[in-house]
Design a binder for this molecule. Structure first.
Ligand SMILES: Nc1nc2c(c(=O)[nH]1)N[C@H]1C(S)=C(S)[C@@H](COP(=O)(O)OP(=O)(O)OC[C@H]3O[C@@H](n4cnc5c(=O)[nH]c(N)nc54)[C@H](O)[C@@H]3O)O[C@H]1N2
Ligand SMILES: Nc1nc2c(c(=O)[nH]1)N[C@H]1C(S)=C(S)[C@@H](COP(=O)(O)OP(=O)(O)OC[C@H]3O[C@@H](n4cnc5c(=O)[nH]c(N)nc54)[C@H](O)[C@@H]3O)O[C@H]1N2
Ligand code: SF4
Ligand SMILES: [Mo]
Length: 896
């Protein structure tokens, strides 16, 4: 046996903006294990369910390993020549604004830097925008309006030091789980710390909230105007601070004064006493942090929401000091890095301003570039409109999947389809966008590439490669530079490594800066390969000759022309009118264990068990009104189209609103791309789409046949009106429904088996209409298929476990056909704890045996004791035993 010690490489998690440090351990036989880096200041060793399952996502199945041109394998040289040639020809014939890049907060800073440099400084257009437009644009605009710069003032420690943490439009427990755990641990240690959650839904984050305000969608501006008015009335504002360090307070307060308590109650839907409780708590608590995310940003009033929040912090002088400040948490691992390099169409590199001639001149001199974009380019929604109407004729999409994640996804897909030349750089060809590309370029994935990323607290960390480049995959920065060289810009793009790009980026940030610009990492400008390899996580700013800073603005100096922060005079937005045809408000967002369009998390069996199907969550009143029962299939429609998803009836949803996760797409479900339903209405300032409130309606979908299957192999096609597929440890699990029963059952089942072992057992009850099929290979179950005229009653997670298990005896086979465990074996129920594979039934059983706290469940079953991401759900199950109305999301989605 090879006893060689495993290699240990420190890197950063590629999922969310918390930016946790990860240690990858590569054993001598090549197996990879990941654990949290105990020394990384973002997570101190913790990881959430997604970070913990990273090793399951690095396999090469589904990977794109060679360039392809029109579906045919091509050499790098020919593919790069083609891309460079077509871009150059298009620019020659139609000008620089006829080409565009659509990039991503999942690129590394070095990739992003060269893409932006090529487009703005060498092609001479600002036709580069990023999926951060869908994500952080309102925060960027709000920061710049108030501070004169896109600066996040605080750091993670502030959440631990605060006496009040207000979470608005953020499901921190599921979307920034390690930061949430840090907050939960601090609160446990210091119970007088208070947490307030502001979210139309009662999410898992409510678990630690002392107060939840289930506000009406998009009433945040009104709520924070009300808070400002209250602060002024009760004497909690800091006149001296306002006088010395800000401007515009009087006007902002005047607008807030226009709303009285009656307006506040009516518009937010929150009773006066509850509003008063929140306001009084805010007024009385000096150490207050307000954390916000997509419930704030993704709105037609997104920028105003940010301003309304910042106004309250400026009015109380609570900014830049320990335990205080407005805190926009970033979503993607490198949303921040993208902002630093100026990847948005209305920014320039190193936080410089594209509308400022002096800034443009400075960047051009630094780059020694032949040209420079002179005006902002179109923001994402407009960029795809320009693709649709032919103004943009060559498009390069990198590390993002707009056919799924952009609003009006069908239109975006059609636009890409009609574009004369489309290049997609991705790690897989199995995406709804990649299938539309003329040229597909194989990018190196996490673990294979090196670079830096910046997390929500301005902390720059290294991603380090620990795996060889598979096939012909190459890092994104290399791909961009090769195209740039072939477009005639060899001098400016001849980098030997990511380290060289990083050093140039750092040098530009310090170039003619002298404290005038917030983003300055000039201290790193001399970083060479060795220093880059050894680079420890650090926070910007870090100018040459100065230490790095954890907080900004403590001195009351801002990056506006007069150095003062600006209050923004925000007005209450008009109330959205409800159209009778679409009486519900569709809200969209994330689930705990999936990541965006599922290209990574969908590969992990563990992560795929938590929510195995797309669903719509709706309140029992709306369910009753629309004759929908829990676990029915539901058609959700808007003016743009319809999707088909499972109903999850739950009082956590507020009446009149429904919630659908953003993740599912054509690779994982028949029709569940929710962005096909979302209208591309944007915030007028930031251009960020309002993805959280779309008028919609629902109808029950009545199927003739419902099915559930576990299969070793993925069927090439599934011939059903509704299907959803998820990976499980030994294969795949599929939910399906048909409008009419198959004409030929045998052909239908054979189609699903995809050449697998033939069916050995079949059962049909003509009385109930139930049909069951099972196939065995080598004494092991290779497929089990269950069909019924009503939603199939099968113990899902138990059935999943039987796949690949040996089924030696008659009893085991009878149990499979029955769809539930034989006497004496346990049905664990739907997975709650992804780390230890503990299900709802096991937790409920332990609770019945007397384990009534989350800690006791942990002692008994280990559930919740590794990453802790499921603790809120465990508590929900325990609570549900006390109050049956609050059944866990999990149970309803997959346990029928
Ligand atoms: N598990 C998981 N984690 C992720 C991601 C993922 O895909 N999966 N993606 C990452 C990315 S890129 C991002 S941007 C972040 C997003 O992180 P979050 O913003 O926390 O996540 P979302 O689920 O998009 O939305 C947050 C909440 O906003 C609420 N909301 C909707 N409308 C309103 C409103 O009008 N006002 C208020 N106050 N709240 C409202 C929604 O009900 C929802 O619970 O997550 C990151 N982390
Ligand atoms: N309805 C609705 N829509 C939303 C949102 C919402 O809340 N509701 N949220 C929005 C937000 S905040 C975001 S951030 C977006 C996210 O939306 P997307 O960016 O479209 O989502 P991902 O699935 O993360 O896409 C990343 C792509 O990059 C590929 N990839 C991974 N690593 C690499 C790499 O190293 N190099 C290259 N070249 N490719 C790589 C992946 O395979 C995948 O295809 O969705 C937005 N859309
Ligand atoms: S919180 Fe989870 S997903 Fe986010 S960086 Fe940390 S381990 Fe990764
Ligand atoms: Mo995001």
């Amino acid at each position: 046996m090879d006893m060689a010690a495993p290699r240990r490489i420190k890197t950063t998690c590629p999922y969310c903006g918390v930016g946790c440090g990860v240690i990858a351990e590569i054993s001598a036989n090549g197996d990879v294990a990941v654990r949290g880096d105990p020394n990384h200041p973002a997570n101190f060793g913790r990881l959430c369910s997604k970070g913990s399952a990273l090793a399951e996502t690095i396999g090469l199945d589904d990977r794109l390993l060679t360039p392809t041109v029109d579906g045919e394998r091509a050499s790098w040289d020919s593919a790069l020549n083609l891309v460079a040639g077509r871009f150059a020809d298009t620019i020659r014939d139609h000008g620089p604004d006829s080409v565009a890049f659509y990039v991503s907060g999942q690129l590394m800073t070095e990739d992003y830097y060269v893409a932006n440099k090529l487009m703005k400084g060498f092609i001479g257009s600002a036709n580069i925008d990023t999926n951060s437009r869908l994500c952080m644009a309102s925060s960027v605009a709000g920061h710049r309006r108030a501070f004169g710069s896109d600066t996040v003032p605080g750091c993670y420690e502030d959440l631990e030091l605060a006496d009040l943490v207000v979470l608005t439009g953020s499901n921190l427990a599921w979307c920034h789980p390690v930061l949430y755990q840090r907050l939960a641990a601090a609160k446990e240690k210091r119970p007088r710390m208070k947490v307030v959650l502001i979210d139309p839904r009662r999410t898992a984050t409510a678990d630690i909230a002392d107060l939840h305000l289930p506000i009406k969608p998009d009433s945040d501006v009104v709520l924070f105007l009300g808070l400002l008015r209250y602060l002024a009335r009760c004497g909690s504002i800091k006149r001296r601070y306002i006088g010395a360090h800000t401007s515009g307070f009087k006007e902002a307060l005047q607008s807030a004064e226009m709303l009285d308590l009656y307006d506040l109650v009516r518009r937010t839907g929150i009773p006066a006493a509850t509003l008063e409780r929140f306001f009084a708590l805010f007024a009385a608590t000096e150490k207050t942090v307000t954390v916000y995310s997509q419930g704030v940003n993704q709105s037609t009033s997104g920028t105003d929401k940010v301003s309304a929040i910042i106004n309250c912090h400026l009015a109380t002088g609570r900014i830049g000091k320990p335990g205080m400040g407005p805190f926009s948490v970033t979503g993607q691992p490198n949303a921040m890095g993208g902002r630093e390099v100026g990847g948005l169409a209305n920014m320039l590199a190193a936080h410089m301003n594209i509308e400022d001639a002096e800034h443009r001149d400075r960047v051009q001199r630094f780059w020694r570039s032949p040209t420079m974009a002179s005006k902002p380019g179109p923001k994402a929604v407009d960029m795809f409109r320009a693709v649709a109407d032919g103004r943009i004729k060559a498009l390069w999409i990198m590390a993002t999947n707009p056919a799924v994640s952009m609003p009006e996804a069908e239109n975006v897909e059609a636009a890409i389809r009609t574009c004369p030349f489309v290049v997609v750089s991705d790690v897989t060809a199995a995406t709804d966008t990649a299938r539309l590309a003329h040229v597909l370029l194989p990018a190196a994935a996490w673990g294979e590439k090196s670079g830096t990323v910046t997390n929500s607290e301005r902390r720059i960390s290294r991603q380090r490669s620990f795996l060889p480049l598979p096939g012909e995959a190459r890092p994104d920065w290399w791909i961009v530079c090769e195209v740039a060289k072939r477009m005639g810009h060899a001098d400016a793009f001849t980098y030997g490594s990511a380290a060289e790009i990083f050093a140039e980026h750092a040098a530009l940030s310090g170039f003619e800066n002298g404290g005038a610009r917030d983003f300055d990492i000039g201290a790193l400008a001399a970083t060479d390969g060795d220093a880059y390899d050894a680079l420890e996580p650090f926070q910007w700013p870090h100018p040459l000759g100065s230490a790095s800073s954890a907080r900004m603005f403590a001195d009351g100096r801002f990056f506006t022309a007069d150095g003062r922060a600006r209050f923004v005079d925000v007005q209450a937005p008009a109330v959205a009118q409800i159209a009778p045809a679409f009486p519900l408000t569709l809200n969209t967002g994330r689930v705990r264990d999936h990541w965006h369009t599922m290209t990574r998390s969908g590969k992990s069996p563990r992560l795929s068990q938590h929510c195995a199907e797309p669903y719509v969550e709706l309140h029992p009143h709306d369910a009753a009104r629309h004759h929908v029962a829990d676990a029915d299939l539901v058609r959700v429609s808007t003016g743009l189209g319809a999707i088909l998803v499972r109903a999850l009836v739950s009082p956590r949803q507020q009446p009149g609103t429904i919630f659908v996760p953003m993740h599912w797409n054509d690779q994982f479900a028949s029709r569940a791309r929710v962005d096909a339903l979302a209208t591309a209405i944007t915030d007028p300032i930031s251009g960020q789409p309002a993805l959280k409130s779309v008028p919609a309606r629902i109808e029950r979908f009545v199927a003739a046949t419902y099915g559930f299957c576990v299969l070793r192999h993925k069927p090439p096609t599934i011939d059903a009106e509704y299907w959803a597929i998820a990976r499980c440890s030994s294969g795949w699990r599929i939910e399906l429904a048909l409008a009419a029963p198959p004409e030929d059952w045998s052909a239908f089942v054979t189609g699903l088996l995809a050449g697998d072992a033939p069916v050995l057992s079949a059962y049909h009850d003509p009385h109930t209409g139930h049909r069951r099929f099972a196939a065995y290979a080598g004494g092991r179950l290779s497929a089990a298929l269950f069909f019924a005229p009503e939603p199939v009653a099968v113990a899902r997670d138990w059935a999943v476990e039987q796949l690949g298990a040996s089924c030696p005896g008659r009893y085991a086979r009878v149990a499979v056909m029955a769809g539930r465990p034989a006497n004496g074996t346990v049905d664990r129920g739907a997975t709650v704890c992804a780390c230890f594979g503990v299900g709802t039934n096991e937790i409920a059983a332990a609770a019945a045996r007397g384990c009534t706290t989350v800690a006791a469940i942990g002692d008994a079953l280990q559930a919740g004791t590794n990453c802790g991401s499921c603790r809120a759900e465990i508590r929900n199950i325990l609570d549900a035993r006390r109050a049956p109305a609050t059944a866990s999301a999990r149970e309803a989605v997959t346990t029928i």
